[in-house]
Write a protein that binds this ligand. Sequence first.
Ligand SMILES: Cc1ncc(COP(=O)(O)O)c(C=O)c1O
Length: 398
Amino acid sequence: MIELSRRVRSLPGYPLAEIPAIKRRLIESGVDVIDLGAGDNDMAPPEVAVAAMGEALRDPAYSKYGFQQGLPAFRQAAVRWVERRFGQRFDPATETLPLIGSKEGLSHLPLAVVNPGDVTIVPEPGYQAYLGGSLLAGAEPHVVPLRPENGFLLDLDAIPEDVLRRSKLVFVNYPNNPTAAVAPLAYLERTVATCRRHGILLAYDNAYCDLTFDGYRAPSIFEIPGAREVAVEFFSLSKSFSMTGWRIGFAVGNAELIGALTRVKSYVDTGPFLAVQRAGAVALDRAEELVLPVRQELERRRDAAVAALRESGFALETPKAAMYLWVALPPGIASAAFATRALEQTGALVLPGSAFGPAGEGFFRIALTVGPDRLRAAAARLGQTLGAIQRGDLAPAS
Ligand SMILES: Cc1ncc(COP(=O)(O)O)c(C=O)c1O
């Protein structure tokens, strides 16, 4: 028998890991499943990206190794977009890095800065790659609960000084998955100041910066003076352009930090497929026009789902960004029991808050992955499950 490493054994179960199998079983038995689980919406990728990919596939040059340098045209399109979008300039050669999706960069980043036993600060509920990447690098994650009374902000100043002194890296993600919270500039200023004071690398995960509603604009961390000394920011083409499976994103930051991540990656991967980088460059250059319909559709979905969920008996706020609704359950109803019953008895697939760690308990997450009618149908089914549990038809599990 081969004994697995302590690192691998320390990884908690991945929240989405078992869902495809359950979903397949239900569909095979004739259940109409409405899948609001993974943040993977049903819209098509941009036609211009598909066309660019098709052309690149026919050119053998794009079938070669990309290595970390990748396609210079992708790096240039990435920094052009960052400048248009946030007014921040980065050097395409030394201050940006193509990623095989931003998850890949986020999860490899700890290897660049932590030594075994160093602390990484990880939000909970939060994107699981922060915890996984930390554990695989031998770091000691310090998990910080995100609370509704705090606007779901990760407050570094509430962390004990001795923990901050041992910390090398913090993951900050706004617009947030799963809570859909957004961060005020004053919060980002405080966070940058604390990171500078303690020499903590700030990994700013901005995967949802384009998915904003009601005129809200999500900032870059680099709009905060001094952030360049301590931050690396991660962007993704997955959500903005409905290109989740293409695996393309990028990081920007100062040359030393980007250089360190480049060194790590040069030992574990060979960069995103060059044809995907070609398509990504085309999409980024037309981002303003291509993202607009995605944002508008998500806003319609958000409005339909929020109204229908309220009618079904749930209390929730209307989020300003991201593609999720983070819905509170009445006290005493365990989120895993609720989600399991909703799925098995009505075919509505949502993620229980507890899948994002214990601090997510008391909530469930809806991803706005289908159109308004299906979202309304899902809300009605979730309301039936809630009503049945409240009436005692289904005893709430503990
Ligand atoms: C907060 C957050 N960051 C990063 C990612 C990763 O995106 P990708 O690897 O597709 O770029 C996701 C995906 O769901 C996410 O929710």
